[in-house]
Ligand binder design. Structure first.
Ligand SMILES: Nc1nc2c(ncn2[C@@H]2O[C@H](COP(=O)(O)OP(=O)(O)OP(=O)(O)O)[C@@H](O)[C@H]2O)c(=O)[nH]1
Ligand SMILES: [Mg+2]
Length: 229
């Protein structure tokens, strides 16, 4: 098999976690399978050593000073021309080491978009009960409002063909972009989308999520998308 794989990873002050995260990317394994690999960091103008550490590791770093998780991904997607994009946080939580299996699954099953379900194998300390409850509310809301079948609406690890981006619309610049990309992919008649179980680990470094604010913003986004778009 051949093709290019682009890891797109947003960072904001992740100097403690960035190197251990990058070290889990199975670049050699993917290359042994015939793929070329690019690692792209979209840095939100961190005021710590995150970009410097990422560059030293060998990643390409672009700076996106406009704030927001969704904004960072939009910029990263526009910067890469990889055939398949793999995403995830720079905080040590997601199993990038499974990327080869996921890319092969995408190709063998002729899929376009894979999202991941962290709730299946949560490791100790990975998610507080409050976050699990919030996630359940949001995933259930997605199911009721959009008829989507995924369990984990907030997972940030996706493996998808770049061509999907020509068929879906991403509008949100913040955290709701995570549920938006899944709803768009799962609802599109010409996008083959599934959810796959993954383990999810405890975060390295400071928690950034503002639980109540981000949770409420995510919920409001779902209702607005359903009833005003
Ligand atoms: N470029 C950029 N990256 C961001 C921004 N906000 C968050 N990130 C990064 O996006 C990823 C997801 O953010 P997290 O803080 O891990 O959000 P979360 O996973 O919902 O919450 P916790 O891991 O529990 O803190 C991380 O790699 C962050 O460093 C931003 O405004 N700009
Ligand atoms: Mg995270």
């Amino acid at each position: 098999m051949s093709g290019s794989i682009g890891f797109v990873i947003p960072t904001l002050n992740e100097e403690e976690a960035i190197e251990p995260t990058l070290d889990t990317i199975p670049a050699d394994e993917l290359e042994a399978h015939g793929y070329t690999v690019e690692v792209l960091i979209v840095d939100g103008d961190s005021d710590d050593r995150t970009p410097e550490i990422a560059r030293k590791w060998g990643a390409r770093v672009v700076t996106e000073p406009r704030s927001g998780y969704g904004r960072a991904y939009k910029t990263g997607f526009a910067e890469t021309d990889a055939d398949v994009i793999v995403t995830g946080d720079a905080d040590g939580t997601y199993p990038f080491e499974l990327a080869t299996d996921l890319v092969q699954r995408l190709e063998q099953d002729d899929l376009d978009f894979i999202t991941t379900n962290r709730l299946a194998h949560l490791e100790d300390g990975a998610m507080t009960p409050k976050h699990r409850f919030g996630n359940w509310v949001l995933s259930t809301s997605c199911r009721v409002l959009f008829g989507t079948s995924f369990e984990d609406s907030q997972s940030g690890m996706w493996v998808f063909r770049r061509s999907v981006l020509d068929r879906i619309e991403i509008t949100d610049d913040g955290m709701p972009m995570s549920e938006e990309i899944k709803i768009e992919a799962f609802q599109h008649p010409d996008v083959g989308a599934i959810e796959v179980d993954i383990p999810y680990r405890e975060r390295i470094g400071e928690v950034k999520l503002e639980s109540w604010n981000d949770g409420l913003r995510n919920l409001t986004f779902l209702f607005e998308k359903r009833f005003t778009h």
